[in-house]
Design a protein around this ligand. Structure first.
Ligand SMILES: Cc1ncc(COP(=O)(O)O)c(C=O)c1O
Length: 486
């Protein structure tokens, strides 16, 4: 393999990227985000120490290093953690100011000049901002807890196994480990054994673990009579494959099986129409394409038919008037929540599955980032750019030298309708570690999944076409530098 990159190939690409970025009507949104500089991502301290500031000043005068202190890094990791919107700090400061000046009154006292809802209404406002992102009525969405906790809450409500009838849960064999653990523990929690109650979907014809709708339907048909629940990802975290949510949901329904979708990698990435697709229930996190911040509060969708409340508190046995669930006071009807009645009477809709009063710090952070998505015109608008960006990333990678291309393969489907923003790149054995080290040196942030995959996800809110070329160049250089590991 040659030991240097051919600049002219990338010059052409850079010129194409400049045109595409110039035409991009969403490019102003990048200014809504903090994009770390190359120097910042190499920093080892939170604040710059005086001697580092001095050094930085010197670096600025050295043309070779000036670049690092001012050039943004190439951040293509929104599939793992989205970047921080600038308005997050503004909204959090407004929340902190409310708390510091109002104390407990912040729960119910609106402030005339504040854009924030009272804390009692913060969950409802977040659900309202979230509902168009997942294609649901706002009453079908609850912003609460975190993803794995919400999967457990959904299973506690909708997985009611009958050991002599329907007791199995179907999931994919390469499911995100947390989903796997959640299913295992739910089965055991009901006194059943995963050996007999858990069914995994393999991908028999794909060495890259892509699963077809047909693979999934075949497993459903085979276990139709004794399956109680299916748990599937909207987008598979490792391969980036987008599953056909409406077709699979309809097929499961034909067999009377309830489906829960894990939308961690789909939400904010591809348009979703959960209500129109007749999805039963779904859960997601908000720290990837929704940019809520690490570990931020999650979201849950429950189809309105699964969250009906048919009685009033005065009826004789109100607990018969709604579906079983694990309950807490925040799920109680708002009108009676503060009457401190020991009888639980849920509000109808997904909000009736809430347990605790939500962290306002979290919900404020999330709502700030959802404002940016609203500003962008919603997920459908973002998706148009996203398709172009990911196609351009694929195109940029195809410009790598023939030698370099021997060392990797994109495993994400090439059909844009079967993927979101992410491309998963499978490297030759032993290259993952050295390639990631080279990326660090060149200021490229992507994420790795053992044993051999690099996941690269241009996010339409803040990534540019130029980022795709920067990645391709750094990737070729990283492969050249890592040859010794082969
Ligand atoms: C597909 C998928 N499911 C579940 C999880 C677990 O999420 P949490 O830690 O928020 O429960 C993740 C985390 O990245 C994920 O990607």
């Amino acid at each position: 393999m040659s030991t240097s990159t051919d600049q002219s190939r990338f010059e052409n690409l850079r010129a194409q990227a400049e045109i595409l970025d110039g035409e991009d009507e969403l490019r102003h949104l990048r200014d809504e985000f903090h994009i770390p500089t190359k120097a910042e991502i190499k920093r080892k301290t939170l604040e710059q120490q005086p001697q580092q500031q001095e050094q930085q000043q010197k670096d600025r005068n050295d043309p070779a290093l000036a670049d690092e202190t001012t050039t943004p890094c190439t951040y293509l990791c929104g599939n793992s953690l989205g970047l921080q919107p600038k308005r997050t700090a503004t909204r959090i400061n407004q929340y902190l100011q409310t708390w510091s000046t109002q104390g407990v009154q912040g729960h119910f006292k609106p402030l005339d000049d504040s854009p924030l809802p009272t804390w009692l209404d913060a969950d409802a406002r977040a659900a309202k901002l979230m509902s168009p992102i997942v294609g649901a009525d706002e009453s079908e969405v609850a912003v609460m807890q975190t993803l794995t906790a919400n999967l457990h809450l959904l299973m506690s409500a909708f997985y009611r196994p009958d050991p002599k009838g329907r007791h199995k849960i179907i999931l994919e064999s390469k499911a995100f480990p947390s989903d796997h653990y959640a299913v295992l523990s739910q089965i055991r929690h009901h006194g059943l054994s995963p050996n007999t109650s858990m069914v995994t979907i393999e991908s028999p014809y794909s060495e890259d673990n892509l699963i077809t709708t047909y693979d999934i339907q075949s497993i459903i048909s085979k276990h139709a009579s004794d399956t109680a629940l299916i748990l599937l990802p909207g987008i598979q975290y490792y391969t980036g494959q987008l599953l056909d949510i409406p077709t699979i949901t309809a097929f499961a329904h034909k067999h009377d099986i309830f489906v829960i979708w894990d939308l961690a990698h789909a939400v904010g990435n591809v348009p979703l129409s959960l209500h129109d697709w007749d999805v039963d229930a779904a859960a997601w996190c908000t720290y990837k394409y929704l940019n809520g911040g690490p570990g931020c509060i999650g979201g849950m969708f429950i189809n309105s038919r699964n969250s009906l409340v048919t009685t009033t508190l005065t009826d004789e046995q109100p607990e018969r008037g709604y579906g079983k669930r694990l309950s807490g006071w925040w799920g109680n009807d708002k009108g009676t929540r503060f009457q401190m009645d020991p009888r639980f009477h849920p509000v109808k809709g997904a909000a009736g599955f809430q347990l605790s009063n939500p962290s306002i710090l979290d919900i404020t952070s999330l709502s700030a980032s959802l404002e940016v998505i609203e500003l962008a015109g919603g997920v459908s608008t973002l998706r148009e750019k996203s398709k172009k960006l990911t196609a351009f990333l694929e195109h940029s990678i195809s410009f790598l030298s023939e030698d370099a291309k021997q060392l990797f393969r994109v495993i994400t489907p090439s059909d844009p309708e079967q993927r979101g923003a992410q491309l998963s790149i499978l490297l030759a054995d032993n290259l993952l570690h050295p390639v990631m080290k080279e990326f660090q040196k060149s200021g490229v942030i992507v994420d790795e999944r053992q044993p051999n995959v690099v996941r690269v996800a241009p996010a339409p809110l803040y990534n540019s076409f130029a980022d795709c070329v920067a990645f391709a160049e750094a990737f070729e250089a990283a492969l050249i530098a890592s040859q010794d590991a082969l």
